[in-house]
Design a protein around this ligand. Structure first.
Ligand SMILES: [Zn+2]
Length: 101
């Protein structure tokens, strides 16, 4: 298996883990969701998978965001601020891009 194939498989696995995390988070199983997010992050780092799920979880406690239950999104000026209601971490993004991209 080439490196490229390995990365492709890793990418699929990361997508699957985020899908599982989302499913658990939506039914309130945050601890399970966090486990899937942590795993996905580990796989992405190992295979350098493009970080396209970045804004869907908290970088600090790995909670999968389910607005508005565990995340607060506010716009102020030209910035979007995303606060994790689990650990209080606030991330700021410039406005202009879709938030889940
Ligand atoms: Zn958090």
């Amino acid at each position: 298996m080439t490196k490229k194939q390995a990365r492709g498989l890793a990418e699929q696995q990361v997508d699957r883990l985020f899908a599982l995390a989302e499913r658990e988070a939506r039914v309130g199983k945050d601890d399970r969701a966090i486990r899937y997010v942590s795993l996905a992050i580990r796989v992405s780092e190992r295979y350098k998978v493009p970080a396209r799920h970045k804004r869907t979880y908290c970088p600090s406690c790995h909670a999968f965001f389910v607005p508005p239950r565990n995340v607060r999104v506010r716009t102020g000026g030209r910035r979007l601020s995303v606060s994790c209601l689990r650990c209080g971490r606030v991330q700021r993004f410039p406005i202009g891009k879709h938030w889940s991209e």
